[in-house]
Design a protein around this ligand. Structure first.
Ligand code: AMP
Ligand code: ZN
Length: 469
């Protein structure tokens, strides 16, 4: 299996630290808002990477954090007059709902920065003790970039270049830095901000230290894959490498994977340009499976343009797969012990070749675009060869292959049953009758059935209200 490693800027054969196991860390979102479709790209892409490893029989430990202490969270908390925790808890919950709707598997662990302060204090102290960090007069702790000879190895920048780039850039409050490239590990609290006790000052951690600490806590000093969006290469991931390798004296991650950016109508996604969509907004117009399918129609490292036309094309493509799977299911159920025709063996051999084509695409740095083409070829094969004269064995084999490969991409091939308003109303009426008859067990069961279908009930003074969730 080949993976493009940002560190070497080339595709490398994947060799796990431990045979049969993969340890992955993916930088997650800062939780101060609903996630946007750009944030959804790394979630979908790296969930697919994980699914492919699992399909190949690897045991994957997948860690993805929530950054729950940050300037933007604090700003929002001040605006709403609530604790920062209220904001981060709210958006973690919302993010988890979006992830579920995108069929992104929950991580093995979703650590939160505020729960890992102890580990951060420890790592910062280690860095100070080893001469890789220093404490300024106001209690700020900085990482001394010059103390790490390999600084810049991920972003392929050298310190001199960086130095000249930074010279003009004076950050207020950071006048005590020995070198413009040094970055904050710990900073003093400001009025009204959350803070923790530390040996240096009451304060809070810098952003980069959280990922080094959480990766160490849940995966150990050495991991197989570290991933995130390409904007994180510098400075975030460069700084993570510096912290982890100086503290642990081990190579931090073997493979660094970065997804390209998602643009809208060929422009950078930005709130000020008004071309900015949350996952929730897209979910109102499309089944979010369409968004997932759209994201995987391109290679993860390429920039990807979001447009209504491309979403329509993805919707139609997905529809073709779902229709084919429905047809196969119908044929399988109706199959009546037909005699096998010689063509079926050949066609199954062809299906095996297409599975191999899918795998080869995935093993070439997760080329999901080509993997999707292999699925379309399978759909074409099924549509042109499976009919009422096919054996059940033949039909179910095709259905299983397409279903399995779609599952690697996180695409659910069972069409969601459309539930009509009239059916919902009828069930609510049935529940009301049950309640009247004091059959609360039945009433609860009906409520549960509705919830399974994505319908939540609310008993109000004006009667029962329902909504789709
Ligand atoms: P943030 O909350 O900004 O730290 O972002 C969380 C993740 O989303 C990071 O891996 C970012 O690189 C990624 N990300 C943010 N915007 C985009 C975008 N427009 N396209 C692709 N990835 C993005
Ligand atoms: Zn990170």
């Amino acid at each position: 299996m080949k993976i493009f490693n940002t560190l070497s800027r080339r595709k490398e054969e994947f060799v796990p630290l431990t045979p049969g196991k993969v340890k992955m860390y993916v930088c997650g979102p800062t939780v101060y808002n609903l996630i946007h479709i750009g944030n959804a790209r790394p979630m979908i892409v790296f969930d697919t990477v994980r699914r492919y490893f699992e399909y190949k029989g690897y045991e994957v430990q997948y860690v993805s954090n929530f950054t729950d202490v940050d300037d933007k969270i604090i700003k929002k908390a001040l605006e709403e007059g609530v604790d920062a925790r209220v904001i981060s808890d709210r958006y973690i919950e919302e993010c988890k709902k979006d992830m579920a709707a995108l069929n992104v598997k929950p991580a093995t662990v979703h650590p939160q920065a505020t729960q890992e302060i102890g580990g951060m204090l420890e790592m910062i102290q280690t860095l100070i003790d080893k001469g890789h960090a220093y404490v300024a007069e106001d209690g700020t702790v900085y990482f001394k970039t010059r103390s790490f000879k390999e600084y810049g190895k991920l972003s392929h920048k050298n310190l001199e270049e960086l130095q000249s780039g930074f010279r003009e850039l004076k950050v207020t409050g950071e006048e005590d830095k020995e070198d413009p490239n040094d970055f904050v590990l710990w900073k003093p609290k400001k009025e009204g901000e959350p803070y923790w006790e530390s040996p240096w000052c009451q304060g809070r951690p810098g952003w980069h230290i959280e990922c080094s600490v959480m990766a160490k806590h849940y995966l150990g000093d050495e991991i197989d894959i570290h991933a995130g969006g390409e904007d994180l290469i510098f400075p975030h991931h460069e700084n993570e490498i510096a912290q982890s390798e100086c503290a642990n004296d081990k190579t931090f991650a073997r493979y660094w994977m970065h997804n390209g950016f998602l643009n809208i109508d060929n422009k950078k996604m930005s709130k000020s340009l008004g071309n900015f969509f949350t996952v929730r907004e897209i979910g109102e117009k499309y089944d979010l499976q369409v968004l997932r399918f759209f994201m995987l129609s391109a290679h993860y490292r390429s920039p990807l343009n979001f447009s209504a036309d491309l979403m329509e094309a993805s919707k139609n493509g997905l529809e073709r797969i779902l229709t084919c799977m429905e047809k196969l299911k119908g044929l399988e159920e109706a199959a009546e012990g037909q005699a096998e025709s010689c063509g079926e063996q050949e066609n199954l051999a062809q299906a095996d070749k297409l599975r191999a084509k899918f795998e080869a695409a995935m093993e070439d740095d997760f080329n999901t675009a080509d993997a999707v083409s292999a699925i379309f070829e399978l759909v074409k094969l099924a549509n042109s060869t499976a009919d009422s004269s096919s054996t059940g064995k033949y039909v179910s084999s095709l259905r299983e292959t397409i279903g399995q490969l779609c599952d690697v991409l996180g695409i659910i091939t069972e069409r969601k049953a459309e539930i009509l308003d009239s059916e919902i109303e009828a069930m609510i009426e049935e529940r009301q009758q049950a309640r009247k008859a004091k059959n609360f067990a039945l009433a609860d069961e009906i409520r549960g059935r509705l919830l399974d279908m994505g319908i939540a009930l609310e008993d109000t003074r004006e009667g029962v209200k329902w909504k789709r969730v």
